[in-house]
Design a protein around this ligand. Structure first.
Ligand SMILES: [Zn+2]
Length: 426
């Protein structure tokens, strides 16, 4: 049956406007004020005063299947995405087995398609097992649907490997999405190196473990002409390097995770593993530089790094817990609450960084409402305050410090290809 979303504040062509959205056969039929429809054949949903957006796009998620399905599955991960208003995601390759051969990669893509409730695109690993120096068959991976290459979870330690990988990725025309981490500088830390780590007596991770590899990679990207994408930028030094490289014409894009925008290491008051992620929460001046980087265009987009874990994995405090927090279900609401309601970002800015900007960076057919295109649409309530309890999440993971925090921007419904995949219960 056709569906009309009546009277919402629609984010359309980069602007917010009061309009109706007509959906039929899974496709957007019209976006215009006060559309006339036959209510016998069209289901009319009143969304007056609600925010209607293109389905959000997240280019950095971890779904743990195959191999670690106690943490998450493709089904629960994609349900969590829909719960957060995301309709298109890119999954990282650090599953078990790593899909580093064309055969394994084809299996992973098929699994994503069979089990996923939103559009799932897959990154290929850059190298075998995410750690070796043997580069995957990039031509084959692209043919099988890879949208980028990433060893996320691991930095590429050998510059020659990165140089060769960039040359090959440039040849096939796909980005390298880099988790930047020099392992020797990283040195088994568990949180940002600095006064807070010292006070808590915890081993620190130097900011230069990230930025020194960003500097190396930007030189290699300039030399190879690859599209180099920096995952989860966390330090001011990295932002400054990326800004300079963009000014020189290096083909670089960058993402920031919600948690690095929302928190600094000053927020870590106790040994709480829900503040443990990699890269870690940095200093307040780093956080301010990330916000500035978004505002001045140095950082292109926001991606969650949704990283679900079991309670056991997150046990044992900062020293023993796994790295990572969930993000799909809290991203829009937490950022809307902290930045748009306080006037730091405009709503169109935030929506751009969560829709068209990531879709453009990874060349995905998503991120805006277009007549004749698939109806991936999300509706949010911006007025009603809400609080997530741990049991409210559709992800298997509830490892996030945002549980219990009052927020605005709850998802009311999410459509993928015109089909309801999430609807808030009354
Ligand atoms: Zn990463």
């Amino acid at each position: 049956m056709a569906m009309l979303l009546r009277g919402g504040q629609v984010y359309y062509q980069g602007q917010l406007q009061t309009a109706d959205v007509l959906i039929k056969d899974g496709v957007i039929q019209a976006v215009a004020p006060q559309l006339m429809v036959d209510s016998d054949t069209v289901q009319v949903i009143d969304v007056t005063g609600k925010l209607v957006t293109p389905g959000l796009v997240d280019v950095h998620v971890h779904y743990r299947e195959p191999g670690q399905t106690a943490k998450e599955t493709i089904q629960t991960g994609s349900l969590a995405a829909a719960h957060g208003g995301f309709t298109t995601v890119v999954t990282m390759a650090n599953v078990d087995p790593v899909p580093d051969t064309p055969e394994q990669f084809a299996k992973q893509v098929a699994l994503n398609q069979t089990k996923g409730l939103v559009h799932i695109y897959q990154n290929s690993p850059v190298t075998k097992d995410l750690t070796s120096d043997q580069i995957v068959d990039m031509v084959a991976m692209k043919k099988l649907g890879a949208v980028g290459f990433s060893n996320d979870g691991h930095g590429i330690q050998n510059a020659k490997t990165m140089y060769d990988a960039m040359q090959q990725a440039a040849q096939v025309g796909l980005p390298i999405a880099a988790h930047v981490q020099d392992d020797a500088l990283y040195d088994h830390g568990v949180m940002n190196a600095g006064p807070v780590a010292q006070r808590l007596g915890l081993p620190g991770i130097l900011g230069v473990s990230e930025s020194s590899q960003v500097a190396r990679d930007l030189d290699l990207a300039a030399a190879t002409g690859v599209h180099y994408h920096v995952c989860h930028v966390s330090t001011k030094a990295s932002v400054d390097l990326i800004r300079d490289a963009k000014a020189r014409g290096v083909k670089v894009t960058a993402e920031v995770a919600p948690h690095h925008l929302l928190f600094s290491d000053d927020d870590i008051l106790t040994d709480n593993s829900n503040f443990k992620m990699n890269p870690p929460l940095r200093s307040e001046s780093d956080r301010q530089a990330l916000i500035q980087g978004l505002l001045d265009g140095t950082i292109d987009l926001i991606a969650t790094d949704h990283a679900p874990h079991t309670d056991d994995d997150k046990a044992g405090g900062m020293c023993h817990a796994a790295f990572g927090i969930t993000g799909s279900e809290t991203a829009f609401a937490s950022l809307y609450t902290a930045f748009v309601r306080l006037g730091i970002f405009t709503l169109p800015q935030l929506l751009h960084w969560l829709t068209l900007a990531p879709a453009t960076a990874f060349n995905l057919p998503a991120g805006d409402l277009q007549v004749g295109k698939p109806a991936d649409v999300s509706v949010f309530d911006l007025e009603q305050q809400f609080v997530y309890q741990a049991t409210d999440y559709l992800s298997k993971g509830h490892n996030t410090p945002l549980t219990g925090q009052p927020m605005y921007g709850q998802t009311l419904l999410t459509l993928v290809d015109g089909q309801l995949v999430y609807q808030q219960e009354d």
